[in-house]
Design a protein around this ligand. Sequence first.
Ligand SMILES: Cc1ncc(COP(=O)(O)O)c(C=O)c1O
Length: 355
Amino acid sequence: MSPSVRAAVFQALEEFGGLLFSEPGLCVYSRWLEQCRAAVSRLLGVDKFFPQGVAIIPNASFGLGIVLNALGLRPGALVITSTHEHFALSSPLRLLSQKGVEVVALDQPTPQAFLDSIRRELERPSVSLIAVSHVSYKDGRIFPIEDICRLAAQFEVPVLVDGTQAVGQVQPILTRFTPLAYVFSAHKWLFGPMGTGAMWVSREFVESFAGAWASPTPEDVIDARRFEGGTVNVALVCGLCKAAEDATNKLEERIASLRALRRRISEVISESLPMLKPLGWAGPHAPGILSYELPAEISAAELVMRLGAKHGVWVKAFKPPETPNAIRISYAPTTSDASLERLIAALKAELDSWQ
Ligand SMILES: Cc1ncc(COP(=O)(O)O)c(C=O)c1O
């Protein structure tokens, strides 16, 4: 959580603490939620065409679950996905596959090859959904979501996008295409509070939703607010609102800082640690994620524990069943030179003496 977001959360706790669910408290509660939805709609770029599609949710898994369940996929249906999906998406897809839904996970070395393989699958009449990340949590590749949506529209297939690793570190794309739903958690690149996220769903999704899921209101709510469920932690929602405003106002600046850091780290690693093989594809990558495949004899999980325990440097390990045997280095626009030097020194110390 960034300092400005933390301050917004504490300020809201303080203000709301004196009001609680009195009539004035209820007014403040509703207004803050409304402000947060508006901030998210500006962040995602949907404020001009369907801001009513924004719902505040606790996290990405929650939103992905709502959408997957709403679609009511039956045995025989086919879902196209990628091999780069986080468990938040791959786990419910695995449950669906155990019930007879066919799930095809694609992996290709270029955006064009990825699109071509989607096109080939789309020729099959059973395709019912494309479910992919905007940015891969594994290697930061940016999937060609707009092209995927354009292609899917030709076959009238809905697209569900997990934007968790994208929102706050790449430019928003919802102004230029329309998936069925775009879902994200806010504690990653938005530096928002844990336990907050949002989703944008299309008008078509809202209108065709047949499930009995509605937030408790006296009237039928026919926009995406119906997916929010009951009472939320309004202080965290104020944090989400602040995080969305900050990201909207400072996105270019953040991207430039992350890009510069990415360049520096990858240059140093390619010069001084050639045994680390950069992961990625021949296409665009998000600026804040760098991943490296390790030589087979070095376990990613073990390396990460040694880096943490001995050097106080924490990176992410991909652990089986995740593939490949790799680590992911994440950094923030505020990451200091000293931290980078510590990372490189720790990697060198452990990899040069590995046994
Ligand atoms: C791409 C992606 N999607 C979803 C999630 C899961 O988010 P949550 O646990 O907040 O639902 C993560 C978490 O790391 C992620 O990287």
